[in-house]
Design a binder for this molecule. Structure first.
Ligand code: ASP
Length: 439
């Protein structure tokens, strides 16, 4: 039976096909119909681009409150930090390790394959010329940023994470750009940590308030996604009118590379972790969790997969109820290995398309940020999109670039959710064995 999320995904995909086909047909007609090309280009500036922008700006709108509320909430709901036992310590260490390895692999492959540069030089120039003003600004900013961490690491770190005026840094300086997300992340973590030290009744009120705020923002994301089919059609039609079908080549490279690296992380990294940190055979493990993987793949939601993972992990993998009950729900909200990997890949891909060079130190910061922002992603379909926009803004990459990947996002959402959930179950198995050993 198809769910509303499936139907929406089908409509978005249809929007992509309509936009690309209509654009290709129009381009075929350009040489034969007088004035058609200039009419189409005018329409794309006057109508199609603003239509796409409504959708994107709705997502931009929620970035700051959403990042803040979901990260602070993640920390506050842990309760008293000093009361969390060694089981929690192991769980968080594995979550962090898994996400960091995922992003590392993703960045490595994106740097090697460079899907965003697989455009004809002429099309590349056109894309970059369209954003010339922006790109020039980015170049000078990224030169500043590049010089910063390498030449003056400590002052740079302090200024970036703790600017004198946090609000101003977050608000940004133009109408088209979101501000920096780094100080916001630190602020949210601090509020969350401070919240855990409040008396229980107050901590709960703070938790409810943050839940309310992130719930509201998630609603707005939901509305934005309802507009996605039309917005995707408009954005792709405009892209094809202006650039032709050229941009499909890097998109294809991007999609295939992401799927390959996700498969490596899922079956390679997870198998290694199981081999070295548990006594399980990886083949047996993957056979046992088939149902979980299928559920995650078809729902694109870690939350929706939770009941299945709880059941299978306890019944088939014989993980004890307290460990499964602690690790899996926490993992469904915090441990987003596939999402972190995907976020890093998208940022690097869009940077490559726009010719924004991210230095090694910037990529290390990107790794850290993707892990932190993935923690803030809710376990529902499409939840990482606003966070990716925040990351793009942080590195001065045109956030509109996300329009390029929207058509393939659903497929990659299915794959990344599967990876998210697999990493949760791997963690539960390893933590369970180490609990048994320490008893
Ligand atoms: N759909 C993902 C999940 O539920 C989150 C995302 O990356 O959008 O795990």
């Amino acid at each position: 039976m198809s769910t509303p999320a499936d139907r929406l995904a089908n409509r978005i995909f249809l929007g992509m096909i309509v936009g690309v086909t209509l654009g290709a047909l129009l381009r075929l007609l350009f040489p034969h119909v007088n004035g058609l090309e200039s009419l189409a280009k005018q329409t794309s500036i006057q109508l199609l681009d603003p239509l796409g922008r409504i959708f994107l700006r709705l997502l931009f709108l929620v970035v700051v409150p959403l990042v803040f509320a979901s990260l602070a909430l993640g920390v506050v709901q842990l309760g008293r930090l000093d009361r969390l036992g060694p089981m929690a310590g192991r769980t968080f260490a594995l979550f962090g390790l898994n996400m960091a390895i995922g992003v590392g692999l993703g960045l490595l492959v994106m740097n090697g394959v460079k899907p965003g540069t697989r455009l004809e030089p002429e099309t590349r120039e056109k894309i970059q010329a369209q954003f010339k003003g922006e790109v020039q600004k980015q170049e000078s900013r990224s030169a500043e940023v590049t010089a910063g961490p390498t030449q003056r690491p400590l002052p740079w770190l302090v200024d970036t994470f703790l600017p004198a005026n946090m609000l101003r840094a977050v608000v940004g300086d133009t109408t088209t750009r979101i501000g920096d997300v780094l100080p916001l992340i630190l602020f949210a973590l601090l509020i969350g940590a401070a919240g855990t030290t409040l008396p229980e009744a107050q901590r709960q009120s703070l938790q409810q308030l943050l839940e309310l705020l992130s719930g509201l923002m998630t609603r707005i994301v939901g509305w934005a996604l309802q507009l996605a089919p039309v917005a995707v059609a408009a954005m792709l039609l405009s892209t094809v009118i202006n650039l032709g079908l050229q941009f499909l080549i890097p998109l294809l490279w991007f999609t295939v590379s992401v799927l390959v690296v996700m498969a490596i992380h899922c079956f390679g990294t997870m198998s290694l972790l199981l081999r070295f940190l548990s006594s399980r055979s990886p083949v047996e493990f993957f056979r046992a969790i088939r149902t979980i993987l299928f559920t995650a793949f078809s729902t694109s939601s870690s939350n929706a997969t939770l009941p299945t993972s709880l059941q299978v992990t306890q019944e088939r993998l014989k993980v004890s109820a307290p460990v499964a009950g602690f690790v899996l729900p926490l993992g469904a909200t915090m441990n987003m290995s596939g999402t972190a990997l995907y976020e890093g890949c998208v940022v690097l891909f869009i940077a490559q398309v726009y010719g924004v060079d991210l230095s090694l130190s910037q990529q290390i910061i990107l790794l850290l940020l993707t892990v932190l922002s993935a923690v803030a992603v809710a376990g529902i379909p499409g939840a990482s999109l606003p966070l990716i926009i925040g990351l793009l803004a942080n590195f001065q990459i045109p956030a509109e670039g996300i329009g390029l990947i929207l058509g393939v996002d659903r497929l990659l959402d299915m794959a990344r959710t599967t990876l998210n959930v697999a990493a949760d179950v791997v963690t539960a198995v390893i933590v369970d064995e180490s609990e048994q050993r320490s008893q």
